[in-house]
Design a protein around this ligand. Structure first.
Ligand SMILES: Cc1ncc(COP(=O)(O)O)c(C=O)c1O
Length: 449
């Protein structure tokens, strides 16, 4: 075992050492080479060192270098050194984080991390937190709590009686709602076509002046950090309207909520803490390994009720917090280990510096591209930049050429009738030199000097 783990560390270190010297996207021949892993499962097994060697030799070249400094696709963070080390340790521990009895260390770290997170991003102390796979499941879990609370108010027990015949309630979303919220609502039996959609402004912010009349049978889903522009819905105004009416506000804060960790960006989140539930991603801006997200609910009882298991005599209930009471799954890996390590290694100032550096780097991208004559389509308020290279055809050509060039990697999007390239700066590993090198490659490929 010891030799195998040493060999793993050697190979992993070699992979990470070379991450900035290889194309960000894998070469087609390396992707084609993955066939070497297939074939009929042999009758006889083989030595683990041999397994590891094939995995590294064939698999490593076919990875996307998302953990390097020049990956700007979707919204994807890297992995902080302490988080990677903790992930290895947790792998060795192989803890099931479902219950205190199964893993006191996993349960304790969840408790510590949830308090640190609420404090870091300014959410109400005492809120319940479920450790889930990402924002899609965080949206699902938090909206399950909202559904349970609203139907309970209407005298309906959705956990016992389900959705057939349940009193109707209304779900309000912004025009620019992220698809993961729509997916969560679909999974919860709330449908997509029954939603009330509120118009958004030119940055994708929900227009509070266009909100319908709210009441106690309404859930309003707002956004902290639009996936295209990085813009924030006006939380203070919407939450005030919702509070007066007794409506529930849910915030999809996948990456944007981390902005609250910086006094410079916290004003963009003004009033977000007045909502009832929140979804946060940790594999994005906190830079922990996949997968990791948090579902936060102001009233713990709402999340516990929504996630209840009915009668399950073998599930133990200790005096303290039982992790399984806050998530849709039971057995799961101990995500809190990496979260604790990431936060401990960064400290408050490290997280603040990471957020502020990535936002500054997004502005640097925008400056360089604008100076080269390209149009920036959004106000760069956070870490997201939308750039047009001209016509839709030209923009798509440039995106494809950037992806195959390999210096960096970005994807495309549509923004208010324009085809654009999205640049998302979300990694601890990104240096200013990475930004300069990537911007220069984009400008060269797009045919400007
Ligand atoms: C605003 C927003 N919400 C939700 C998600 C979905 O997150 P996940 O892929 O972790 O489920 C994303 C992903 O980019 C996002 O940007």
């Amino acid at each position: 075992m010891k030799d195998l783990l040493n060999e793993t560390a050697r190979r992993a270190a070699r992979y990470l050492d070379g991450i900035n010297d290889r194309p960000v996207a894998p070469k087609p021949e390396h992707v084609a080479g993955l066939e070497a892993l297939a074939g009929v499962l042999p009758e006889a097994g083989c030595d683990p060192t041999e397994v590891l060697a094939v995995l590294d030799d064939v698999g490593s070249p076919a990875t996307v270098a998302t953990t390097g400094g020049r990956y700007f696709g979707f919204v994807i963070g890297g992995t902080l050194p302490a988080a990677l080390a903790a992930n290895w340790m947790a792998g060795a521990w192989d803890q099931n984080a479902a219950m205190q009895a199964m893993s006191p260390i996993a349960a304790k770290l969840e408790e510590i991390v949830l308090n640190w997170t609420l404090d870091l991003v300014g959410l109400p102390a005492g809120s319940a937190v479920g450790f889930v796979t990402g924002t899609t499941m965080a949206n699902f879990s938090a909206l399950a709590a909202a559904r349970s609370a609203l139907l309970k108010r209407a005298g309906w027990n959705v956990e016992e009686d389900g959705m057939f015949g349940a009193p109707a309630f209304r779900v309000v979303v912004g025009e620019e709602v992220h698809i993961s919220v729509l997916r969560a609502l679909t999974l919860l039996g709330l449908g997509r076509s029954r939603l009330t959609r509120v118009p958004a402004d030119d940055q994708g912010r929900m227009r509070a002046d266009s909100l319908p009349a709210l009441d106690a049978q309404t859930v309003v889903c707002i956004q902290a950090g639009n996936v295209n522009t990085g813009a924030f819905d006006p939380a203070r105004e919407i939450c005030a309207r919702a509070r007066d009416a007794g409506a529930w506000v849910h915030v999809d804060g996948a990456f944007g909520l981390w902005g609250a960790a910086s006094p410079k960006y916290a004003p963009l989140l003004d009033g977000v803490d007045h909502a009832d539930s929140w979804a946060i991603d940790c594999h994005k801006w906190l830079n922990v390994p996949y997968d990791s997200g948090l579902a936060v609910v102001r009233n713990p009882e709402d999340l516990r009720r929504a996630m209840s298991w009915g009668n399950a005599a073998y599930l133990t209930q200790s005096a303290g917090r039982e992790p399984w009471q806050y998530t849709p799954d039971a057995s799961r890996r101990a995500r809190g280990v990496e979260l604790w390590a990431a936060m401990k290694s960064l400290g408050r100032s490290g997280l603040r510096e990471l957020i502020e550096r990535n936002c500054r780097q997004a502005r640097l991208f925008a400056d360089r591209l604008r100076s080269a004559g390209f149009e920036i389509l959004n106000e760069v308020v956070l870490n997201q930049v939308l750039v047009s290279f001209g016509s839709a055809e030209e923009t798509l050509r440039v995106i494809a050429a950037i992806q195959s060039d390999g210096t960096c990697w970005c994807a495309g999007t549509q923004w208010h009738g324009h085809t654009a390239m999205r640049i998302s700066v979300s990694s601890w590993a990104t240096t200013d030199e990475d930004v300069e090198q990537s911007a220069a490659a984009m400008i060269r490929i797009a045919g400007r000097k």
